[in-house]
Write a protein that binds this ligand. Sequence first.
Ligand code: UGA
Length: 440
Amino acid sequence: MHRIAIIGAGYVGLVTGACLASSGMPVHCCDIDTEKIGKLSRGILPIYEPGLEELISDCSKPGKQLVFTTDLKKAVTNSDILFIAVNTPTLENSRCDLTHVFEAAVSIAGVMDGYKIIVIKSTVPVGTCRLVKQRISDELSRLGKSYGFDIVSNPEFLREGSAISDFFNADRVVIGADNHDAADIIKSVYTENAKCCCPMVVTSLESSEMIKYASNAFLACKISFINEIASICEHCGANVSEVSEGMGLDNRIGRQFLNPGPGFGGSCFPKDVMALAGAAESYGLEPKLLRSIMTVNSEQTARMIRKIEAATGGLDGKTVSILGVSFKPGTDDIRYSPSVAIIKDLVSRNAAVRVYDPKALGNLKKENPELKVRYCKNPYSCCSRSDCVVLATEWEEFADLDFEKLKSIVRQPVLLDLRNMYPPDYVKKLGFYYEGVGKK
Ligand code: UGA
C-alpha cells in the first residue's frame, strides 16, 4: 500500500488527500498554517465543498487513514509519495508566483530519509517541475544526502462544487515524468488504489504542465466564444440557448461550457489564461487569442452592468438586488467572481445594493469590509423594494423563485437573469420585465 503525504492543505490538497484516504491509503496532510491544521483536526473546514466535510470526518476518525499535521518531517518520513499542492498566486505582472512550490520542495529535501516520488499537483508554468528537480538535488547535495527521488507532474482537473465526484469520475489522469517506473507507480495510485477507470495519459514533464494550462485556456475560450455569440444573438434575434444546443450536438464541439453568463471567474481560468499569455510573451510571442479571451470576458461583465443600468433607467439611487455572489454555485469562493465586480460597480455608482448568497456572504464581508451593501438572509428579503433583481449565480435555490411573492415585494418587477435560468416567456407572463443573456 502506498503511503501518501500531501503538502498544502488548500482546496486541491484537501480534496486529493481526503479522496486518497477514503480509498484506503494512509495520508498525512501537512500545512504550515497551525490554525488551519488545528481546525481540520477538529473537523472544521476552511472552505465549503459539497461532501468534503463528511468525507474528511469519515477518514480522520481514530484508527482511520487521514492525519492532519504541521510536522513536515513526520509527513515525509511516513510516506513514499509526496504531493505538492501549495498555492501558486498571480504576481502583479500576471506571472505565477512559485515561492511556495520551491519552499515546499527545499523543505522536503531537508527532511527526506530515502527514495521518494515527489508529485507536483499545483498548477505551475511549463518548466517548473524541472526547476523543482534541480532545487531538490542542490539542497540534497548541500546537506550531503544522496537519496534518490523522482519528480512527477500530475495536474488536477477538479471543479469547485463537484470536486469529489470529479476525482473519482475523472475524464483522464495526466502523469508527466522522466522515469517510467515512477509514472507507473502514480498510475497505480489512481487505478489500483483509488479505482479510477479513466484513461491515464503519460507524457513528458513539460507536456503534462502544458496540458493543464491549455485545457483551462480552451474551456475559458469556449465561454468567451459563446458570450460573444450571445451578444450577437441579442442583435439579430437568435436565441443563444438554442444555438448552444445546436452547436453542442456536434461531437467535435461538445455541449459543455457553452453557457453564456456574466463572464467566467474563479481562482483558475483568469489566473491560468493570464499566466499562459505571460509565458508566451516571455518567449517573444504575441498570444492574441489568449489576450482576447480575457478582453471578451471583462467586456461581458461590463455589458451586464450596462444591461442593469438600462433596465433601471439610471443607477443613481436605485435599489438593485443581487442573487448569488460566488463565482459559480456549490462554492463559497468569490475570487474573480463577476458578481462581485458587478456589485462593486453598482455601489460606486450610488445604487443601493442588497445581496444574498447561500454560502458566500461571509467571504464577501471578510474580503470587502468597507463595501456598502445590505446583506440579506434569503432571496425574498434581498428583493424587497427592489428596482431590479439580478440573478448572478445559478444556485439551485434560485431555480424556482415564487414570482407572485416577488412581485408583491419589489418596487419594479424587473429580472435580469444573467445565467439564463428561466424561460423568458414564463417570467414575462408573470408580469416581469425580463432580460437574459443572448436572447430576447
Ligand atoms: C476549472 C476547471 O473546470 C477545472 O477542470 C480545473 O481543475 C479548475 O478550473 C482548476 O484549474 O483548478 P472551476 O474554476 O472550479 O474549474 O470552475 P468551472 O466549473 O470550470 O467554472 C469556471 C467559471 O466559468 C465559472 O465562473 C462559471 O460560471 C463559468 N462558466 C462555466 C460559464 O460562464 N459558462 C459555462 O458554460 C461554464
